[in-house]
Design a protein around this ligand. Structure first.
Ligand code: V47
Ligand code: SF4
Length: 378
């Protein structure tokens, strides 16, 4: 058999597995990443996407808050961080946080997404206070705050275990953890892009602990820099393993590297083709995740729209005040209106459904909103 015939045969075996709902092996994943064409990947991923979420495309009404950009770490892919005394450094006051929350309330947001730098001088109380101020200003808003890397830092500065740190934050009003900080789990890649910060073992332990305490969380993978296919597949398989154990992840977000203004600015930005491949590959490998998010802020609206037919079932949200990607050169708007999101989704042939952070359908009555029990699909 020629190499081409072997590839065609391997691809049809994998397609059969996908169609019958059988789990793909790490070797299947590697084969798909290295050899499958983008349209076959998309077609297969769409089978899983529609099995799990029907024709729904989820979005939410949210707002971002990055309370400080000052950070002790120096991830080479990061354009957002600032040195302590640099001109661009900033720290939000309680009053600024309250203003952001009241603006979110005015805009009908159901979620506030909070991540930032790890400030050299701020104690754990400062981060707890950010959550408390938000919660006291508007108790109804869901606070999705602090990545695994930040939780690891809090444990380091307090010398307390992860469950203690998380309980303190839950007492202050924390609702769930975002998926950032995972980057690529492989240590040889981590040492090139985010040396010193929490490693894979710690990131996974933190999410396991969060799930055991009843918190839901998300997971991400930063692709398109120095990593190779084997690292991506290893990353996805590690997440799949933890999900088998806890079931606590809600959604997976593949994050495309944006090189502008970073220490890796010599690298090209991943292509649209690569973006769609990563969406499809993650949908196929993460058979135990309900949702794959096409984060329009970093993909751009056109690719995010196409991604809804390549495995993604969620566009994230209105995302007012995004900084991390915009500091790294993203040309997308800093936010979209609900009407714009609806148009993007309908043009893609999907049905828009507003969700809260926990994927409950949001019912609106003017500026007030309530949530329904989870929608059962597929
Ligand atoms: O951990 C930083 C990434 C993450 C760059 O949980 C970069 O719903 C590309 O995790 N190019 C933070 N990526 C954002 C994040 C996230 C976003 C949207 C939704 C959710 C969720 C989580 O952004 C960081 C890092 O992996 N990042 N700089 C850059 N130049
Ligand atoms: Fe700091 Fe996060 Fe940027 Fe790394 S990615 S330098 S931890 S703000």
């Amino acid at each position: 058999m020629t190499t081409e015939q072997t590839h065609t045969q391997r691809l049809s075996e994998i397609a059969e597995k996908v169609e019958s709902g059988e789990r793909l092996s790490p070797d299947d994943g590697l084969f798909l990443d290295e050899h499958a064409d983008v349209l076959t990947l998309g077609r297969l991923a769409n089978v899983v996407r529609e099995r799990k979420n029907g024709n729904i495309a989820w979005y939410n009404t949210n707002v971002h808050l990055n309370p400080t950009n000052v950070c002790v770490y120096r991830c080479t892919f990061c354009a957002f961080r600032s040195d302590l005394k640099a001109e661009k450094s900033y720290v939000f006051t309680d009053e600024m946080i309250r203003e952001r929350v009241l603006e979110a309330k005015e805009n009908g947001a159901t979620e506030i997404h909070v991540v930032g730098g790890l400030h050299h001088l701020k104690k754990f109380d400062w981060y707890v206070n950010v959550v408390r101020v938000i919660h006291e200003t508007w108790p109804q808003i869901h606070i999705k705050a602090w990545t695994g890397v930040e939780i690891n830092w809090f444990s380091h500065i307090t010398k307390k275990p992860y469950d203690w740190v998380l309980r303190e934050l839950i007492d202050a009003g924390l609702g769930s953890l975002p998926g950032g900080g995972a980057e690529i789990f492989d240590e040889s890649v981590r040492s090139q892009i985010c040396e010193h910060k929490a490693d894979a073992g710690h990131w996974i332990d933190i999410h396991r602990t969060a799930h055991q305490l009843g918190l839901r969380s998300n997971a991400t993978m930063l692709y398109g820099h120095v990593e190779q296919a084997e690292h991506r597949i290893d990353h996805l398989c590690k997440l799949r393993e933890l999900q088998d154990e806890t079931g606590g992840f809600q959604t997976f977000i593949p994050l495309a590297f944006h090189p502008e203004n970073t220490g890796l600015s010599h690298l090209p930005k991943p292509s649209g083709q690569m973006d769609l491949r990563m969406i499809a590959l993650s949908r196929l490998m993460l058979d135990n995740f309900d949702h794959i998010k096409a984060y329009w802020i970093m993909l751009g609206e056109p690719t995010a729209q196409v991604a809804l037919s390549f495995g993604a079932d969620d566009l994230d949200g209105t995302v007012v005040h995004e900084l991390i990607y915009h500091d790294a050169g993203a040309k997308t708007p800093e936010g979209l209106t609900v009407e714009q999101l609806h148009r993007l989704i309908r043009e893609a042939g999907r049905d828009p459904v507003e969700r809260d952070t926990l994927y409950r359908r949001v019912m609106r009555d003017g500026k007030d909103w309530t949530v329904e029990d989870p929608v059962l699909v597929g």
